[in-house]
Design a binder for this molecule. Structure first.
Ligand code: NI
Length: 249
């Protein structure tokens, strides 16, 4: 059994969510952590986790949602952190890929959500793109745990995050032909990774170009099993133990 620790399962991408969930189940993917990025999809997550027994929620405001962000959104997040199926604050972080124009606002929002994580003793699911140094320096200010989502950095960066107690979220990027991520991942212990799809994005090879779904966890898992020369059962056990150390599932 596997868990998709990072997906975005919303009606706008998946009109038939029950089919997506049964497809996943048929591929041994039985649990989902649905990650919010803005007020609207955080609200959708709260409805979905109420209905779906094997779906958990990470709620948070993504840096890309800043243009529509108001402080009322943060109050909404805080109000719902005591829901026992909300198991993390995410997807939150820093993204300087397109522009550093809103750097100060991004840092302010990231810090505010990390403070909540500390206050409510919840893990965080962190998005960091072209912002490694600021991400590390910001996370270091708090006593928190969590996952560095879609990790694709160097071995040196991986080791810094591991020393800080974070896990690395590994997705379809590891299967991309030009990615050297597999060389980095081969050198770190399996006790430091969790599997994720980031559905509907980042579909693994050989399915790139199609809509991603949580069922593709099995393709990522098979790829990693080949890399480490272990069985799916072993990988399932290790990654589920890793999840248990970080998340209250
Ligand atoms: Ni994501």
């Amino acid at each position: 059994m596997f868990t998709d620790t990072h997906c975005h399962l919303f009606k706008e991408y998946y009109p038939d969510l029950s089919l997506v969930i049964s497809n996943a189940k048929n591929a041994q993917v039985t649990r989902f952590i649905n990650n919010g990025t803005n007020l609207e999809n955080n609200q959708e997550i709260l409805e979905l986790i109420n209905k779906e027994p094997n779906m958990y929620g990470a709620i948070g405001i993504h840096p890309e949602a800043l243009p529509n962000y108001t402080e009322a959104h943060l109050k909404f997040i805080e109000k719902n952190l005591t829901n026992n199926k909300v198991i993390a604050i995410g997807e939150i972080g820093l993204d300087y890929h397109y522009s550093k124009e809103f750097k100060e606002e991004q840092l302010k929002l990231f810090n505010a959500q990390l403070k909540l994580a500390e206050k409510y003793n919840l893990p965080v699911i962190v998005h960091s793109r072209d912002a490694t140094e600021d991400t590390i320096n910001t996370l270091k200010k708090y006593h928190i745990r969590g996952v560095i989502h879609s990790f694709s950095g160097s071995l040196e960066t991986a080791n810094i995050y591991l020393k800080m107690g974070f896990l690395l979220g590994i997705n379809g990027v590891i299967t991309f032909k030009n990615a050297n991520l597999k060389d980095v991942i081969k050198k770190i212990p399996l006790t430091s990774i969790v599997l994720e799809t980031d559905s509907p994005y980042l579909t693994p090879e050989p399915y790139r170009g199609t809509l991603n779904e949580p069922k593709r966890i099995i393709d990522i898992a098979n790829f990693i099993c080949n890399l480490y020369n272990i069985s799916l059962e072993e990988l399932s056990k290790i990654t589920n133990d890793n999840i248990k150390r970080i998340f209250d599932i």
